[in-house]
Design a protein around this ligand. Structure first.
Ligand SMILES: *[C@@H]1O[C@H](CO)[C@@H](O)[C@H](O)[C@H]1NC(C)=O
Ligand SMILES: *[C@@H]1O[C@H](CO)[C@@H](O)[C@H](O)[C@H]1NC(C)=O
Ligand SMILES: *[C@@H]1O[C@H](CO)[C@@H](O)[C@H](O)[C@H]1NC(C)=O
Ligand SMILES: *[C@@H]1O[C@H](CO)[C@@H](O)[C@H](O)[C@H]1NC(C)=O
Length: 483
């Protein structure tokens, strides 16, 4: 049934894109009346999306090629940096217009289908074009070595008004069920986020600088879901309506040389968010945005972050964890050789009261702070409403090292703050070579620690005398903190 519906839609989109060549002005109207099944609501673990794109295992259901688009890929580009054994499927050969206003969704889907079916296939969005596509799930499984290469500009519809009614408002580009895939290029993913940031439901965007109720969903720009062995590199990703990149349920992610940017006051525009994702490297990237630079949610392990510059932003955050009494496990995270500047937070671990599980094996090393509020922060009382009650359980924070953390802080907050849970202390915190000075104004002399245990290998600046030595009487009275 799904397959039949899928084939029908593919026919429809081809017909529409053929029509598009002659009568582009009517295209948007036609498009509004369609409800492509690939735009189902955000997929979740329990409810995977129903998707059109390619099923290379069943070539017999491929629609006949339309007369106006070549059925075979164009020749590989001789100067192309990608493996020359792969075929290049240029979206313009599939009818993409790339003028910044035509809807090129159908062409991208067809190019994806073709590239997915061959080994080392390349979907190419070439330079000097600006392509617009609507919310799409690019789905596998595909042959190994697939590359989605954007050298031009790729963008979604401009704001909630232009967003097709039937499309998901939670995500735009989704890569699903892929293994051994790269998303790369020298181009730009332009999020067209401004009209979403200005919705009255967003913090302080209402008429009197208030926040109003009303529809608030805003799409994450790029999501990788239930995929493995991914490379994301080279691209400029900007002005997302919400999170710029999100990885959930993935394993084996290598991110290199990205530039992510949106304005300092753009709400919820996290740079890179990972959850339920293991074996991740994030390297050599610049991230400036209005929320967390990198956020690490429950279920992440073996994450290595190096050579990243954050700011303005809300820093690097582990959490929030343990919401609604959930179990959260985060382990083996290294953050090294990172600059954090002009940020509301530096290195933060935030957990809710009432969770279980643990955060353990975290190393922050060689971090340069420039005018940062809350440089070092563990908050086990995280709460959005100010009405959260203390509970007897909390996600256990253990084995956290802060080594060579230097630079300047914004004096509105104490630069070092460990607020650990009453019943579940933080343990084995190591401080070594921590030197933080005011960016401007008076030294803040009152670092804060509550129920925090650990050692100072060298004296910190500002000095802390509230970190307790040794072990608390009862660290783990049950196995609910095991992961
Ligand atoms: C895909 O697999 C090949 C062969 O194992 C490897 O060389 C390549 O780096 C992989 N690519 C990605 C994106 O994982
Ligand atoms: C920790 O994660 C790194 C990758 O960041 C990995 O190479 C290493 O093997 C992991 N260590 C353990 C003990 O699993
Ligand atoms: C929760 O516990 C902390 C630490 O003991 C205390 O400062 C805070 O007031 C408590 N909050 C509530 C809502 O009881
Ligand atoms: C405390 O942390 C250090 C540094 O990560 C680690 O080597 C050690 O095993 C931890 N000790 C305990 C008791 O967990």
């Amino acid at each position: 049934m799904e397959v039949i519906r899928g084939v029908l839609v593919i026919y429809l989109t081809i017909i529409t894109s053929v029509v598009n060549v002659e009568a582009r002005y009517h295209y948007h109207k036609k498009q509004k009346n369609k409800a492509p099944p690939n735009n189902s609501p955000a997929p979740t673990y329990a409810n995977p999306p129903q998707v059109v794109p390619s099923d290379p295992a069943s070539p017999s259901i491929s629609p006949p090629p339309p007369a106006s688009t070549p059925p075979v890929p164009s020749d590989p580009y001789p100067n192309d940096p990608v493996d020359s054994s792969g075929c290049v499927f240029d979206v313009t050969s599939f009818g993409a217009v790339g003028d910044g206003s035509a809807d090129d969704t159908a062409a991208f889907r067809e190019a994806w289908k073709a590239a997915c079916a061959v080994e080392s296939g390349v979907v190419l969005a070439p330079a000097n074009y600006c392509f617009k596509i609507t919310s799409t799930i690019f789905s596998g499984p595909c042959k190994p070595g697939l590359v989605f290469q954007v050298d031009g500009v790729l963008m979604p519809p401009d704001g909630p008004e232009e967003w097709p009614k039937a499309d998901s408002r939670k995500q735009w580009l989704v890569f699903y069920r892929l293994d051994n895939m790269s998303f790369t290029g020298s181009g730009t993913i332009e999020g067209n986020g401004e009209k979403w940031w200005d919705l009255p439901c967003k913090p302080h965007r209402g008429p009197d600088g208030s926040t109003m109720s009303g529809p608030c969903d805003s799409p994450a720009l790029i999501r990788f879901f239930m995929s493995s062995n991914l490379v994301v590199s080279g691209l400029c990703i900007q002005n997302s309506p919400q999170f710029h990149m999100k990885f959930d349920g993935c394993e084996g992610v290598f991110i290199d040389k990205l530039s992510i940017s949106s304005p300092k006051l753009s709400p919820n525009t996290d740079g890179i968010h990972i959850e339920g994702t293991k074996t991740v490297g994030i390297y050599n990237s610049l991230i400036a945005n209005g929320d967390d630079c990198i956020s690490i949610g429950p279920g992440c392990a073996d994450v290595d972050i190096e050579g990243v510059t954050c700011g303005p932003s809300h820093g690097i955050s582990i959490g929030s964890l343990g919401v609604h009494n959930s179990q959260a496990c985060v382990s083996n995270i290294t953050v090294r050789n990172v600059i954090i500047k002009e940020s509301d937070n530096g290195l933060r671990i935030k957990t809710w009261q009432g969770g279980t599980g643990s955060v353990t094996g975290i190393l922050f090393e060689n971090i340069q702070m420039e005018n940062v509020r809350n440089c070092i922060n563990v908050d086990q009382y995280y709460c959005l409403s100010k009405a959260c009650l203390n509970q007897t359980s909390a996600v256990y924070v253990n084995d956290i090292q802060y080594r060579t953390i230097k630079g300047t802080y914004d004096v509105r907050n104490t630069p070092i703050h460990f607020a650990c849970s009453d019943t579940v202390a933080c343990t084995n915190i190591t401080m070594s070579d921590v030197e933080l000075l005011p960016y401007e104004g008076e030294l803040v002399e009152d670092p804060f620690c509550w129920n925090a245990y650990g050692t100072q290998e060298t004296l910190t600046i500002p000095p802390i005398n509230c970190l307790q030595e040794g072990e608390p009487v009862s660290v783990k009275e049950s196995n609910k903190y095991d992961c």
